[in-house]
Design a protein around this ligand. Sequence first.
Ligand SMILES: Nc1nc2c(ncn2[C@@H]2O[C@H](COP(=O)(O)OP(=O)(O)O)[C@@H](O)[C@H]2O)c(=O)[nH]1
Ligand SMILES: [Mg+2]
Ligand SMILES: [Zn+2]
Length: 295
Amino acid sequence: MRGKFKEIFKHKKNKLKVLDVASVGDYIEYNLNDDGTGFINDIFERNNFLSRKAPKIKGALQRGERYEQIIVSNVDRIFIVCSIIQPEFNNKFVDRMIVAAESNNILPSIIINKTDLSENKIKKWQDLYKEIGYKVYLSSAVTMKGIEEITNDTKNITSVFWGYSGVGKSSLINAMYPEFNLKTGEISGYTNKGTHTTVTAKLINVDNNTFIADTPGIKEIDPYGLRKEDLSHYFSEFKEHLPFCRFNTCIHLHEPGCGVVNAVRNGKISSERYESYLNILSSIEDDMCFQVNTR
Ligand SMILES: Nc1nc2c(ncn2[C@@H]2O[C@H](COP(=O)(O)OP(=O)(O)O)[C@@H](O)[C@H]2O)c(=O)[nH]1
Ligand SMILES: [Mg+2]
Ligand SMILES: [Zn+2]
């Protein structure tokens, strides 16, 4: 990086606690040397980006301090890939990814892959997410079910395939575009380089307008920079019930006259989604506690 820009970045970095300078998907201005190396002169402002809190690594960060890790920038859609078995479906994990997408203003959709392995419970989760407004694809990289539909819906946009390790993200992209020949069946996407765990996505350039980011397997997601009073806005089906909360500061936990809690009781919000909400809410509170303790 060159002088002036480096200086600006240093200031930004201190303020925002971001980990990397540029991320996959960034538009940059650069100079290329003859040997293939280059300089980044500038990074253009991101339309949006997908991020999470960097995992805690012993000794690498100050006590409990968390950084923001940008996974991909300038994203049109996020495809949350999951399976019913091998690995088992984890709705709390799916909901964390949805919150990460929604809070960054990116449309999430869900791909239930490995449908060749088990019929069990597919419909339950498919219906739950369809009901609250998300598109759900059923797929198999083995039988090729759903591959054509996913190929069509990822045309002419930048999309991210995101999800737990081993669900078949790379296999799905290979099923769509065998020529990219992505590595599959890797045990873990973690690489410890000492300072932080890398989550480098691989951006595949299908054609001039079509980009697909394959991300390494992740094992934890903490959406970055959430405030507990905002969390309910990222649970799309909660929104219509918010005006019925007695207190406008309601975080839908123990407050009397809560529209969300009433909707859960009446079966208008599923208990699974509400439990996910509480789960994320409590992880936000943990961070707040940390800040208070260190003052
Ligand atoms: N039965 C079955 N196995 C699959 C399917 N998709 C991927 N796999 C297998 O699941 C393992 C993990 O796949 P991979 O694409 O590496 O998952 P990733 O970590 O999400 O990229 C590999 O052994 C794949 O062959 C599928 O649709 N059905
Ligand atoms: Mg992979
Ligand atoms: Zn409430």
